[in-house]
Design a protein around this ligand. Structure first.
Ligand code: TYM
Length: 331
């Protein structure tokens, strides 16, 4: 069985974008792949987090992983900071990554362009920690949304360089991007990605939003004045985004939806999208409450970390030997 790995950084509550672009894909894949899914909690620290809020977000994220259908019996589920080998390999990989490569990362360039003054050095090097998160488990595939593709490509470059320098060590992973919903856009500005760190709450649906709040956000989604339901992301980004959300949640093709809603008003179409979103939230939140009541989170995380640690330690030992960090007592 081929191995797959991915993670989510809970620097806020999980969003509909995380669900459509990543989480539901993980759940789908766990039948056919050996799935490793972790909570990238170290990554959240690249931007200041209120400790209390962070802790709540971590708890909600793990509960939502389970609520979405990730099964600890089939998948290895754990918290990044419980497997310290990630950080150690992260430092080693940062020494095999050039600043020129990090300077080309879109997220870094965006912050730089916005004149962000409080960028931490952790934020700058975080793609190398992400490379370690991946390479330490030798996955064949890394399912991610569109915005993370560049980081997986950097991971490949670093792995190839390392293998060339020190001999075959890492498997070269492939990013796996969903066909529909790889980039769910903000409801209030459909030219921007829906993001949990969005200051504008109206544009982002959180998986723990009340269904009524989510319905309102969909109903007030920014559209256009063309008045027709068509999939045209350039001229009608708002409608295209709503079509993608509907298609991702209902499983129906975009063409099919365009046909059904042809000639109908935006209000009717938005109601149908809202219905899909509300159904999802109702189901997820019922399971989330159930999981919270069961009190199983600590156990799931400690069992997952124990499994992950064994794999990560073996790879770290191999890396340390190859780069000469260990002494050879037989010489
Ligand atoms: P993060 O937490 O920003 O996002 C987690 C996953 O959700 C996807 N995603 C989206 N997909 C579609 N539309 C959106 N609006 C949307 N927003 C987010 C992301 O593409 C991603 O797949 N650095 C990573 C976390 C990470 C990681 C890893 C991922 C750390 N180490 C190793 C894979 C492998 C991040 O910040 O993702």
């Amino acid at each position: 069985m081929k191995r797959m790995l991915s993670g989510i950084k809970p620097s806020g509550q999980l969003t509909l974008g995380n669900y459509i672009g990543a989480l539901r894909e993980f759940v789908k894949y766990q039948n056919d792949y050996e799935m490793i899914v972790f909570i990238a909690n170290l990554h959240t620290l690249t931007v200041y987090q209120d400790p209390q809020e962070l802790s709540t977000n971590l708890r909600d994220t793990i509960a939502l992983y389970l609520a979405c259908g990730l099964d600890p019996k089939r998948s290895t589920i754990f918290m990044q900071s419980d497997v310290m080998q990630h950080a150690q390999l992260g430092f080693i990989l940062s020494c095999n990554t050039y600043m020129g490569e990090l300077n080309r990362m879109t997220q870094y360039k965006d912050k730089l362009a916005k004149g962000e003054e409080s960028m931490t050095s952790g934020f700058y090097v975080y793609p190398t920690l992400m490379a370690a998160d991946i390479l330490i488990y030798d996955p064949a595939f890394v399912p991610v949304g569109e915005d993370q593709k560049q980081h997986v490509e950097l991971t490949r470059d670093v792995a190839i360089r390392f293998n060339n320098r020190y001999g075959e060590t890492f498997k070269i992973p492939q990013p796996l991007i969903p066909k529909v919903g790889a980039r769910v856009m903000s409801l209030s500005d459909p030219t921007k990605k829906m993001s949990k760190s969005d200051a504008l709450d109206k544009g982002c649906i959180y998986l723990l939003d009340t269904p009524e709040a989510a319905r309102k956000k969909v109903m007030s989604a920014v559209t256009d004045t063309l008045g027709k339901i068509a999939f045209d992301p350039v001229n009608q980004p708002g409608i295209a985004n709503l079509l993608q959300i509907h298609s991702a949640l209902s499983g129906r093709s975009i063409e099919d939806l365009v046909r059904e809603f042809d000639g109908q008003g935006y209000g009717t179409f938005k109601k149908a999208v809202a219905e899909e979103v509300v159904n999802l939230l109702n189901t997820l939140q019922a399971r989330y409450r159930d999981i919270m009541d069961q009190g199983i989170l600590d156990q799931v995380l400690s069992e997952g970390a124990a499994k992950a640690r064994i794999m990560a330690e073996a790879k770290l030992q191999d890396v340390q030997r190859k780069i000469g960090l260990t002494i050879d007592a037989t010489q």
